[in-house]
Design a binder for this molecule. Sequence first.
Ligand code: GRF
Length: 194
Amino acid sequence: KKLAAFVSGGGSNFRSIQEATVRGSVHGDVVVLVTNKPDCGGAEFARDCGIPVILFPKIKDAPEGLSSTNLITSLRKFEVDIILLAGYLKLIPVELVRAYPRSILNIHPSLLPAFGGKGCFGMKVHKAVIASGARYSGPTIHFVDENYDTGRILAQRVVPVLANDTAEELAKRVLHEEHQLYVEVTAALCEEPL
Ligand code: GRF
């Protein structure tokens, strides 16, 4: 299968999936990376791997940026089958959601439906988990629908919240599981529809 990764940050999930495609544990290839932050770590890694980088959404002073309709045309041109959101912090346009039914995945660093939704991302999630007194957290992978973090849940993994955890420590423990879980679910989706 042909995969597109959407990334706004460091891109460690993208990197683990890209590495899994290279060693053959995911039967797919990342053929394009889409980002709203052309200088982010994920985009840099893509360029190092020779993966084309598309800037989306179109931002001021970036003539190479794409509008929503052009993005779909462009993904079709790359023959993309599956879209993996990996720390992409923008809402996905509804046209794109409709163009790729049951083919867009997102990973979120909490056990959805808890600690999700608009504005709940990054360290804020882990701070909120710790403040709540929850004993467990962990990543969720879900299909993307027209809202933030509400699509059908495909997989979750539980990690403990330890006494005196900082948000950074919890984030690290969750991220470690994210890398494995995202590779597993992507591998499964490359074999058959979920
Ligand atoms: C991860 O915690 C993921 O759950 C969230 O954004 C973060 C991305 O991390 N959606 P990275 O860029 O893959 O390192």
